[in-house]
Design a protein around this ligand. Sequence first.
Ligand SMILES: Cc1cc2nc3c(=O)[nH]c(=O)nc-3n(C[C@H](O)[C@H](O)[C@H](O)COP(=O)(O)O)c2cc1C
Length: 364
Amino acid sequence: MTHPDLHPLFTPVDLGELRLGNRVAMAPLTRLRAGEDGTPNGLMKEYYAQRASFGLIIAEGTWPVQEGKTWIGQPGIANDVHIEAWREITDAVHERGGKIIMQVMHGGRVSHDEITGTGRVVAPSALATPTPQYLPSGKADAPVPHALTLEEIPEVIEQYVVGARNAMAAGMDGVQVHGANGYLIHQFLAPSSNTRTDAYGGSPENRARFAVEVVTAVAEAIGAEHTGLRLSPARDIQGVEEHDPDDALDTYRAIAEGVAELGLAHIEMVHPAPEGELVQGVRAASGAPLIVNTGFDRFTDRDAALEAVGEGTADAVAVGRLALANPDLVERWREGTALNDPDKTTFYGGGARGYTDYPVLHRA
Ligand SMILES: Cc1cc2nc3c(=O)[nH]c(=O)nc-3n(C[C@H](O)[C@H](O)[C@H](O)COP(=O)(O)O)c2cc1C
């Protein structure tokens, strides 16, 4: 039964082939509760199943290849064991009527041999991230990465494809390619982390090339209607700096134009001003349904979500910290009731506390 005054935030929307019951998505959130080898477990299944009433769950950044792993406890989608374990999670979400896609993430230079054991960390250029790394042995400077050669770049693109195929084999409703927040694709986009002089560096179009090629290859493998992309333009993070507004406009427009003919399921933009030229320019040029996430300095909150969807700035909103702390956020927002506060101390790693024990309003 639909109330006549129901806000569009709580009405269905189609993202590619996927029909969402409402427009509140759970943003990808790394929680570091997987096994040492990246295998998801029963606790993760419970966590995601609890959040099945979100219109869409975008599962946490997940590595498609050992070399792309960024943290201990981060899940993988690199082998049959991972696929089978994720299948338990997708089944549980689907049984509760939910939809779930996987964020496929290669960390690039934000990694360490102590985490991967591969002896190598890769990036567009041999420039270390200034962000310190937290390793089993303690805090350390990030390593200087190996600059990918022209011959190696197609191999890395293929790794995203394998991860995407594996995600679909695990029963995911789609894949979101992680192009945001200072990881491998974002490292290619920004002049501060990409000083290449070949076809993948220099001009905005060249820096956008890797992103476009990854998304194109994934879309060709699993279908564009199952493929999305997350971007976080003009946000200085982990040494990936996009200070020049004109350069950012050109770079992100190049991505949008480069993927336009594919017909992607969605593009998600992490940006505090989604109504502005940067985000709306990507939306117009790509033609893809737009999800926005406006948080960081402050939470993506109910007012921001109602406004973005109500005014047509976005097709859906992704919510991070409030989704983590409120498994029934959609119901709470619909009713306008109080929320649980996220507990920062349990964001990364640990067990059930601060993960699966946030209370819901109405127990089934
Ligand atoms: C604990 C935590 C883990 C996160 N992990 C990811 C991730 O795996 N992938 C990603 O793209 N962003 C990640 N983010 C960023 C969030 O998706 C989101 O953009 C950010 O929290 C701002 O939105 P919010 O105000 O709704 O929380 C993470 C944020 C937090 C707080």
